[in-house]
Design a protein around this ligand. Structure first.
Ligand code: PEP
Ligand code: MG
Length: 757
């Protein structure tokens, strides 16, 4: 077998190990065999960090496991740890640092190869192989062991995070944190609730059950169902399949009866695992055994085993009680890929935080979280999701950190922060009630972004100048089918009536990209460059017209409708949209409804629209810059991809120049420009937007008080100077620093929080 294949097998076994102890014993056995050695041992840093402890061995005395401690300056193992690099010796005893480990069997071995176990620059321990014969391990051997050391480090760091092993020391407990990306500002402490794909075995979380016999009963019922399905399938296929294929169905049934598998699942249940978790662990182990078989036919059965596991899981999930939806009062929603609609389903009074292992602050779920004021961390890819269900976590949405099972000290310091936050928001309440007027008397309307009914329950109209962006897709996303015209009219009516006399900007349906409707699936290679926003609604005039009529009907009474068109990239899209709006109005007029002409605006969020902004602006009443998309399209950086999140910059000089172009072109034809992308909600960037000459801002409700505070403490002239400074600097980090410094000097340092802790 090739070295790579051996490595992959060991790594697979390690990653599937249910706990660290098993992982270590897999390592020592497999590595010893693969490297043709006579001993293999793992030493990990002791709980007090001062030294190393033998944690697993094959070749030294077993009694010494967890008993043998050595300091860092002791022996060759200590040397590997101190240098954090491999030590390869054909005759270990002749080395100056050699020191015999008494009564361990160590004296039998001559050759020694030790490598450090390091992850993210942190030393976790040392992995050693030894041979009785004098031999020089090859460079390939060293590379092999170094690679394994790195894999092992990742497994150890995961075990440490979940508390399975002690972290470096009790005092450093708050260092055991996972880094993600800031998603929505704020800090929260709560209990994790894992959202996982119920039909995906790999995502099943670890949980404890309430009763052994109930779990075993559920298992046996689910297996019966799958067996029946298999029989039905076999009968249905009848003569249309060959005998060999028919035999496969019987093989499936045999697997379902396999004593080995069932007793494995039962053993896990006896250990306290709930049946879904027991199934996941057992199927993993079982498929591993098959994968390692030399017989090709048998090793390929892994696919069938996993499929069988998935089928059983499907029945178990169907049976699962809905207790998962009994949200705790301090729920932190965690998951791989949580959608905006899943977030919207959690009652607001129960939700304190959100953590996603994918995505960035520009993902729609993060935008919604900000609108709701829910502290969020995105892109926390190293989070051991399976092990976090119902575990206490701290979400630091400023710095993008998560702390799992916080110590008392850490919990206390975050509580203090939460208190400070609360006090600041109380202070700002008064500022938020006043209109935003700059020091030189410029009155800048500040609208808010919204998209949820629950938003409307707050007394928002007292704080803002209207609704600058209502994302109509959100009510579409939380339903099982397209809402009817009447249903939509009711929704829009309620929105408009919440802001009497103030503009209410309803954006037409903007689905596609990362916003899916479960009843209108779209499969595309590049969804963000595909069928999105107005491209869909123009292709489906029946959907578009229904929505437009509902908006117009709702405006009959309230007379404050502004319609906003998303994703316009060509003039023809705009012309067609305008024609459909006129058509919808004409249809209603035929029915005797006298609807006031709505104000119409276009989102500038595609680079092609930037350079024709004047032509667009001539035909409509206002423009609104969608910076979230404009940045991703201009900089070619997927707004949802955490790997390239550092490239997604709202201060990239090209983007700032694009803003200048849009504003200049719109003003050249006397059309006002607003911005409703998330950058307007960042208090540090507000001065730049003021200086660039925007006519209004539309921000999240949570950010509104800070934004107004900033606006009221500076003049437009000062802001214009800052734009000049920013353009001269040309570097995003330096521009942010400069703007932050201005805020700090003016006494608004409390708003410059990101990365503070
Ligand atoms: C934008 O792109 O900036 C915007 C406001 O629209 P959305 O975030 O809904 O795509
Ligand atoms: Mg957009």
């Amino acid at each position: 077998m090739s070295t790579l294949a051996t490595l992959q097998r060991i790594v697979q076994r390690v990653s599937k190990s249910p706990d660290l102890k098993t992982a270590l014993s897999v390592i020592v056995d497999r590595v010893m065999e693969a490297m043709n050695s006579d001993a293999c041992s793992v030493f990990l840093r002791s709980a007090d960090v001062s030294g190393l402890t033998l944690r697993a061995t094959n070749g030294l005395e077993q009694e010494l496991v967890n008993q043998l401690h050595m300091s860092m300056d002791e022996g060759l193992v200590g040397l590997v740890a101190q240098r954090a690099e491999p030590v390869n010796l054909a005759d270990a005893s002749s080395h100056a640092r050699y020191s015999l480990i008494e009564n361990s069997g160590d004296e039998r071995y001559q050759a020694f190869l030790g490598v450090p176990i390091v992850d993210h620059r942190r030393l976790y321990g040392v992995l050693v192989v030894q041979s009785i014969e004098q031999r020089e391990y090859s460079e390939d051997d060293t590379a092999f062991l170094v690679t394994l050391g790195a894999q092992l480090a990742a497994a150890i760091s995961a075990a440490e995070l979940t508390g399975e092993i002690a972290s470096d020391s009790a005092e450093q407990h708050d260092d055991v944190r996972i880094n993600g990306l800031p998603g929505a500002p704020g800090v929260a402490i709560g209990q994790a609730l894992l959202l996982y794909a119920k039909a995906d075995l790999a995502e099943v979380p670890d949980r404890k059950h309430q009763g052994v016999s109930e779990e075993k009963q559920k298992l046996s019922e689910a297996i019966q169902h799958v067996k029946q399905d298999m029989q039905t399938l076999k009968v249905k296929m009848g003569d249309s399949v060959s005998d060999e294929t028919a035999v496969l169905f019987d093989a499936y049934s045999m697997m379902l009866d396999s004593e080995a598998l069932i007793s494995k699942i039962h053993a896990c249940i006896d250990d306290g695992d709930w049946v879904q978790g027991a199934l996941r662990k057992s199927i993993d182990e079982y498929s591993q055994v098959f994968a390692e078989m030399d017989d090709d036919y048998l090793s390929e059965r892994v696919v069938d085993i996993r499929d069988m596991g998935r089928r059983i899981l499907e029945y178990l999930s169907k049976d699962a009680s809905e207790s998962e939806h009994e949200y705790q009062p301090n729920t932190v929603l965690i998951g791989h890929d949580i959608s905006a609609s899943q977030l919207a389903e959690v009652p607001r009074d129960k939700l304190v935080g959100l953590i996603c292992t994918t995505g960035t602050q520009s993902s729609h779920v993060a935008i919604l979280a900000r609108a709701l004021g829910v502290p969020t961390v995105m892109g926390a890819s190293s989070l051991p999701l399976n092990q976090l269900d119902k575990v206490e976590v701290v979400v630091d949405g400023y710095a993008g950190h998560i702390c799992i099972k916080p110590s008392n000290d850490v919990r206390q310091s975050y509580r203090l922060l939460i208190q400070e936050e609360y006090e600041l928001s109380e202070q700002l309440r008064q500022v938020a009630l006043q209109p935003a007027v700059t020091k030189d008397g410029v009155r800048l309307p500040v609208f808010i972004n919204s998209g949820l009914m629950s938003d409307l329950s707050q007394d928002q109209r007292n704080y803002c100048d209207g609704l600058g962006l209502y994302r109509t897709e959100l009510p579409f996303m939380v339903r099982d089918s397209f809402p009817t015209e009447d249903e939509q009219e009711e929704i829009y009516s309620r929105v408009m009536s919440s802001y009497p006399g103030l503009p209410v900007t309803l954006r037409t349906l903007d689905v596609g990209g990362d916003k899916a409707l479960r009843y209108f699936p779209i499969q595309e290679e590049n969804p963000f460059l595909g069928w999105r926003g107005v491209r869909i609604t123009l292709d489906h005039p029946e959907i578009f017209l229904t929505q437009l009529r509902a908006m117009l009907r709702a405006s009959e009474q309230h007379k404050n409708l502004h319609i906003l068109l998303p994703m316009i990239s060509t003039m023809s899209e705009l012309d067609e949209s305008l024609a459909l709006i006129s058509m919808a109005r004409a249809e209603l007029a035929e029915n005797g409804l006298n609807i006031p002409v709505p104000k119409i605006g276009v989102m500038i969020e595609v680079p092609s629209a930037v350079y024709i902004a004047d032509r667009i602006a001539e035909k409509v009443d206002f423009l609104s810059i969608g910076s979230n998309d404009l940045i991703q399209y201009l900089l070619a950086v997927d707004r949802n991809n955490s790997k390239v999140a550092s490239l997604y910059s709202d201060l990239h000089p090209s983007f700032l120049m694009a803003l200048q172009v849009i504003i200049e072109k719109a003003h050249s034809v006397d059309t006002p420009v607003s911005i409703c992308g998330e950058m307007a909600s960042d208090p540090v960037l507000v001065l730049l937007l003021l200086g660039l000459g925007l006519d209004s801002l539309s921000v999240s409700m949570a950010a509104l008080p800070s934004v107004k505070w900033v606006l009221s403490e500076f003049s437009r002239e000062q802001a214009e100077q800052m734009v000049e400074e920013a353009m001269a600097l040309g570097n995003p980090a330096k521009i942010r620093e400069m703007l932050s410094q201005h805020l700090i000097e003016a006494g608004l340092g409390a708003l410059v929080r990101a990365g503070k802790h």
